[in-house]
Design a protein around this ligand. Structure first.
Ligand code: R5P
Length: 311
C-alpha cells in the first residue's frame, strides 16, 4: 500500500511539513465552494493508498469539521484502502459529558461522524480528554506534544521553577512536564462559571518565591490562565510566569489577557497554525516531526507507545 498525505485546507503548511518529513508530496484536494456555502471536495490519486488526512478542527470549528468529513468521504469513494484522520487539535473534546439534561455530548457526535465518513483510525495530539479513545469506535492514537514543548521550555525557564496545572484536568499534563523539567508540580482548583469566565478557588503546592510555568492542553479565551496567574501572585509566585499549552486557539480576549506581565513568555505547538500576535511573546514548536514519526510507524505497522499520552 502506498503512503499518501492528504492536506485539508485548515493547515496546508503542517500537512506539507509532515509529508516532507516522510519524503512524499502532499495530495491537495480540490475544494469547490457553492454560492450558498456548501463545499464539494474532490480528490485524485489515492486509490489503494494508506491515506492520512491532516485537518485540525479548530476555529472556524464547524467549517473544518464538515470539510474533514466530506474529504474522508471523497477519499473513500476515490478508492483509498485505509484512512486515518490526523486531527492535531480535536474540537468538541471539551463536550464530553452533559452539564444538565438537554445538553449534547459533542465529542461523541464527532467520533461517530468520523467513523461513518469512513475513517479507520484517528490520530490526535493531547486531546482534552483521554476518554476520546473509549468514545471512538475506531482505534485512536493519542500523541503528546509535551516532550516537544518541554524541550523549548528547558531553554526558557529559570531553575527552581514550579510547574502549575491551572485546573484539575491539567494535572496529568503538568506531571509529565514536571518529570521532563525535573520540577515540582502545584495545582490550582478552578471552577468554570461560563464559556468565557472561570474562578480559581485554591492552590495546592508550594510556589512562594518561585518562577512558575503554567501548563495546559489548550488556551482558548485565556480565562483559565488569567485566573491561575492571579492565584499564583496571591501566593507569592514569580516574578516570572511562563505559559505553555499544546493548542493555542487565542480567541476573544485571550491576547489582551495573556499579553501583559507577569506572563513573560508563551509556548504553544503548531497543532493550530499561529499568525503573528504582536501582543504575545509567543514561541511555536512544530509537531510535524511527531506526526510524521507516528504516521511512518503506523504505515510500517510498528508500535507508537513512546509517542503517546500516558493515561
Ligand atoms: C479546560 O478544562 C481546558 O483544559 C482549558 O483549561 C480551557 O479549555 C481553556 O479555556 P480558556 O482559555 O477559555 O479558559
Amino acid at each position: 500500500m502506498s503512503l499518501r498525505i492528504v492536506a485539508g485546507s485548515a493547515d496546508g503548511a503542517l500537512a506539507g511539513a509532515v509529508a516532507a518529513a516522510l519524503d512524499t508530496e502532499p495530495v491537495s484536494a480540490d475544494l469547490e465552494r457553492f454560492p450558498d456555502g456548501e463545499l464539494r471536495p474532490s480528490v485524485d490519486g489515492v486509490r489503494g493508498a494508506d491515506l492520512y488526512l491532516v485537518q485540525h478542527t479548530g476555529p472556524p470549528v464547524n467549517d473544518h469539521v464538515v470539510e474533514l468529513l466530506l474529504l474522508l468521504d471523497a477519499c473513500r469513494r476515490a478508492g483509498a484502502d485505509r484512512m486515518t484522520a490526523v486531527v492535531p487539535y480535536f474540537g468538541y473534546a471539551r463536550q464530553d459529558r452533559r452539564r444538565r439534561s438537554g445538553d449534547a455530548i459533542g465529542i461523541r457526535v464527532m467520533a461517530d461522524a468520523l467513523t461513518s465518513a469512513g475513517a479507520h483510525r484517528l490520530i490526535v495530539v493531547d486531546p482534552h480528554t483521554v476518554a476520546l479513545e473509549a468514545i471512538c469506535g475506531i482505534p485512536v492514537e493519542m500523541l503528546t506534544a509535551v516532550p516537544v514543548l518541554a524541550r523549548a521550555l528547558r531553554e526558557k525557564v529559570p531553575s527552581g521553577a514550579v510547574v502549575v496545572a491551572p485546573d484539575l484536568g491539567a494535572v496529568k499534563i503538568a506531571q509529565h512536564h514536571g518529570r521532563l523539567l525535573s520540577s515540582p508540580v502545584a495545582v490550582v482548583r478552578k471552577i468554570r462559571l461560563t464559556g468565557t469566565s472561570v474562578a480559581a478557588e485554591e492552590l495546592i503546592g508550594e510556589v512562594h518565591g518561585r518562577p512558575a510555568v503554567i501548563v495546559d492542553d489548550m488556551i482558548s479565551t485565556g480565562g483559565t490562565i488569567e485566573a491561575a496567574v492571579q492565584v499564583l501572585l496571591d501566593h507569592g509566585a514569580g516574578p516570572e510566569i511562563t505559559v505553555a499549552a499544546t493548542h493555542g486557539l487565542f480567541v476573544e480576549a485571550a491576547e489582551q489577557r495573556l499579553g501583559r506581565p507577569p506572563i513573560g513568555r508563551l509556548v504553544v505547538a503548531d497543532t493550530i497554525p499561529q499568525r503573528d500576535r504582536p501582543a504575545l511573546r509567543l514561541s511555536v514548536c512544530s509537531v510535524a516531526p511527531l506526526l510524521a514519526d507516528a504516521i511512518g510507524r503506523l504505515h510500517r505497522d510498528e508500535p507508537l507507545d513512546d509517542l503517546l499520552v500516558h493515561a
